[in-house]
Design a protein around this ligand. Structure first.
Ligand code: XUL
Length: 530
């Protein structure tokens, strides 16, 4: 019992949340927001973009953010002597490339100087490709082809070869920048990189985040030697070991003890991906429960007993922190797309919600396919927004259309999963009641919002607590995973969305796959529901 700190290194920010398991309270919450607090790295919302669908982040930005976050934790008034353990979540799939001697550099850090100044020279690649990167189509084809001989990549690793996954990204780097690849001694995920900084030593990768690489044998829970060989030469020695999610990687590094007075006895639980951690933050530790997390990416996930992937290859299966599997579907056009529509209409969020209420559920048949950036689900390599019957000046229509598109798309692309009886929700956009109502109406089930928006960092803190205490998951999470009153679905709206869903699907088919023009069906819907 004591204080457990959870970190979340996400696309746009690094956040920390600490729980006190004696007083059963959240005692610290703080975020370093990259564009606001560290503008010198020149990112837009934490991201640098290239011309061919590349998306990167500077890993030094994460180093400096961690230093600042730990400074904020140390000066927050929390009794640091009671800190028992730390863990964390990282945006999934992103890879960090380090030169020989990374762990020696960590061990030798001078606690009096900022960390980022001392690690400037540690990287063999200045930028880390992140989950928004869509530039590895060729490598995906090559890896998929090699895996055919092994029985198929999805059956082996839980996912088809996927643009943003680490394996294809590593292959692209090894092919295109062979000298820099040769100078790389260690490749970390975002989660294991931040964990290494905290440990002051090289950290392992946990099975949960390891599942998002196209390199791990999901059933054996180990690197798949032939997938590794098919991805890049000499990759095996560049990867850290894989460990179970409940493994303690060591004690907190000397730097943090000397620099900020953290207790040397505090332990570090191996980090995991943000989605596996959010699963714990939402209390989803048993099969049959489903959730949505609405942040930079929108995700839909559930605890799964078996490997169940969508026939169209859009879903993934990862190892879940509580031992079984989790299914995940990811959408790239989450918060940034919502923000774009709000800004285009010149509204604040109150104005946005008021405008949205002026249009009824179903939006009188006006629809949007909101691919402001290349979309992951459904896969589209072209950033383009498609509008059906929607005028640019129609604020009410535009505001409702983006919310409805996101909820309809989630329902459409999760059809291969068992229907949920309830949706648990977290992430910044879950604060938006109108958006939650649209999700409840589209799925026809109640939506329960987690009281904190910080599902991933809460989940990380709870993972540290559970692993340290050995308590059953339900008991370890009970006091901290609390929800607001459920938002109920409205039967008439649900039946309207039941009629709209096939039209939304036809619009997707028309825009992306050369399908039949849906206009006549859309007008028919409009007559029926206006
Ligand atoms: C999941 C995914 C995103 C990132 C960003 O597959 O790519 O949810 O984890 O947070």
């Amino acid at each position: 019992m004591g204080i457990y700190l959870g970190l979340d290194s996400s696309t746009q920010s690094l956040s920390g949340l600490a729980i006190d398991t004696e007083s059963k309270a959240v005692v610290f919450e703080h975020s370093i927001v990259f564009t606001r607090d560290l503008p010198q790295y020149g990112t837009e919302n934490g991201v640098l973009r290239g011309p061919g669908g590349e998306a990167w982040s500077p890993p030094l930005l994460w180093v400096e953010a961690l230093d600042r976050l730990m400074a904020a934790f140390a000066s927050s008034g929390v009794d640091l002597r009671r800190l028992v353990a730390v863990s964390g979540a990282g945006q999934q799939h992103g890879t960090v490339y380090l030169k020989e001697g990374f762990s020696r550099r960590l061990a030798e850090l001078d606690a009096r100087r900022p960390l980022h100044e001392q690690l400037q020279d540690a990287f063999s690649r200045a930028h880390a490709p992140i989950w928004l990167d869509a530039s590895s189509a060729e490598e995906c084809r090559e890896i998929e082809e090699a895996a055919q001989l092994l029985g198929g990549l999805t059956a082996l690793s839980g996912s088809p070869a996927t643009l943003r996954f680490s394996g294809p990204q590593i292959r692209k780097f090894a092919k295109q920048e062979s000298a820099a690849y040769a100078a790389t001694a260690r490749i970390h995920l975002v989660s294991s990189f931040i964990c290494s900084l905290l440990l002051g030593a090289d950290a392992p990768i946990d099975h949960g985040d390891g599942s998002g690489m196209n390199l791990m044998d999901l059933k054996a829970r180990d690197w798949h030697p032939r997938l590794i060989a098919a991805t890049a030469a000499g990759l095996s020695r560049r990867l850290p070991p894989l460990v179970a999610p409940n493994t303690f990687a060591g004690n907190i590094g000397r730097t943090w003890v000397e620099r900020y007075g953290l207790p040397a006895a505090a332990r570090v639980l191996v980090f995991s991906g943000d989605n596996p951690c959010t699963l714990v933050g939402l209390g989803l530790t048993e099969p049959g429960l489903a959730a949505i997390s609405l942040g930079t990416s929108d995700t839909n996930f559930a605890v799964a007993e078996e490997l169940r992937v969508s026939p169209s290859g859009e879903g993934h299966v990862f190892v879940s922190p509580s031992g079984g599997y989790m299914s995940l579907i990811c959408y790239a056009n989450g918060s940034l797309a919502r923000e774009k529509v709000r800004a285009e209409q010149g509204l604040d969020w109150n104005g946005f919600e008021a405008a949205l209420e002026e249009s009824p559920p179903g939006n009188r048949g006006k629809l949007m396919l909101p691919y402001f950036c290349e979309e992951i689900t459904p896969l589209t390599r072209r950033a383009q927004v498609y509008r059906f019957g929607l005028a640019a000046s129609d604020a009410a229509g535009q505001c409702r259309a983006i919310f409805e598109a996101q909820a309809l798309s989630q329902r459409l692309h999760s059809r291969h999963l068992p229907s949920p009886k309830m949706l648990y929700a977290t992430g910044g956009a879950s604060r938006n009641r109108a958006l939650m109502q649209v999700f409840a109406d589209v799925f026809g089930v109640p939506v329960r919002r987690l009281r904190t928006q910080a599902g991933a960092s809460l989940g990380a803190a709870l993972r540290a607590f559970q692993a340290d205490s050995g308590k059953p998951w339900a008991e370890a999470t009970r006091d901290f995973v609390t929800f607001e009153t459920a938002i109920a679905p409205r039967p008439v709206a649900h039946s309207c969305y039941g009629d709209l869903l096939p039209i939304y699907e036809a619009c997707e088919d028309f825009a992306l796959r050369g399908g039949k023009d849906p206009e006549a069906r859309r007008l028919e819907f409009m007559r029926r529901w206006s």
